[in-house]
Design a protein around this ligand. Structure first.
Ligand SMILES: *Cc1c(COP(=O)(O)O)cnc(C)c1O
Length: 293
């Protein structure tokens, strides 16, 4: 099995004029399709699917979803058939964007569902009906977050990461990745999540997965909500990329880095803090139209 842990991961220390140090763990470099956190989230799910004798997987995502891209690739790699339930019925008759075109090329069957139907994706009745309709498919939830995903995300943090840093930062979508990081963190560390979405519902999401208290999530840098951007965010992203030679994307990692740099400027972190930033990848989604604006 392809294992990202076995890949050598680069650590890049930022050159900053600040009383803290910031080191970026470049999970974006693991793989062009299943980069960042997504492979960690999928790995034990595919193992479980295999053990249960499934040959097909089914999951959900938006048209630019990194999770869809990663699932399509992982299914292809491990010899599974795959179905992607894609939000937005109107996309059915449109040219596929690069995310969906690649997923389809990798063998994923795409089903476009209305937003109304898509919203039911976590409801027990809908899932029961789906299971009946697709009895041979192993179901992976939207964003891939479940117990097995969190087990995988614990492996993002290496032993030396628990030693060498005081603070761990990551971008947050469904909360699966940060839950794994929290679970794997050492007692002297804290974990700070930058939400890509508006609202504090993520707190209770994460509380479902961990009882530890050494963490916090802020939505102060979500720039209006999921996949929304502001001119200031895009400008920050472009200048950060130019200065540090680290590619970001505007849905997750740019918002995280934007927030982190702002908090550093506000002296939010104690002097001398050693901050580890998890670059969760997602660069396949950079072709979004907004990126160019
Ligand atoms: C999916 C994703 C996240 C969010 O991960 P969750 O486990 O859903 O919180 C963060 N960054 C990138 C680049 C992602 O693709």
């Amino acid at each position: 099995m392809f294992d990202p842990i076995a890949q050598s991961v680069t650590y890049q220390k930022l050159r900053l004029d600040a009383p803290v140090t910031v080191t970026v763990k470049r999970l974006d470099q693991i793989h062009p399709q299943i980069s960042g956190n997504k492979f960690f989230k999928l790995k034990y799910n595919f193992q479980e699917a295999q053990q249960q004798g499934f040959k097909k997987v089914l999951t959900f995502g938006g048209a630019y979803s990194n999770h869809i891209a990663a699932t399509a690739y992982a299914a292809h790699l491990f010899g599974f058939a795959s179905v992607g339930m894609i939000r937005g019925e109107e996309l059915k008759d449109k040219t596929l964007n690069p995310t969906l075109a690649t997923a389809q090329q990798l063998g994923m069957q795409l089903h476009f569902v209305s937003r109304e139907q898509y919203r039911q994706k976590d409801q027990p009745e809908y899932l029961a009906a789906l299971k009946q309709h697709y009895p041979e498919h192993y179901l992976i939830p939207e964003g891939g977050t479940n117990t097995l995903a969190i087990q995988g995300c614990k492996e993002i943090l290496a032993a030396e990461d628990r030693h060498n840093y005081d603070m761990i930062c990551c971008a947050v979508g469904t909360g699966g990745t940060i839950s794994g990081l929290i679970e794997a963190s050492a007692a002297h560390q804290s974990v700070l999540g930058f939400s890509a979405l508006k609202g504090d519902f993520l707190k209770s999401e994460v509380e479902q997965w961990t009882t530890k208290k050494n963490w916090k999530i802020t939505d102060a840098y979500c720039c209006g909500g999921y996949a929304k951007t502001t001119p200031a965010l895009l400008q920050f992203m472009h200048s950060f990329e130019a200065e540090h030679r680290i590619p970001l994307e505007q849905v997750y990692t740019a918002k995280m880095m934007y927030g982190l740099m702002d908090l550093i400027q506000q002296n939010y972190f104690p002097q001398g803090s050693r901050i580890l930033v998890i670059h969760t990848g997602g660069l396949q989604g950079r072709h979004r139209d907004e990126y160019l604006s």
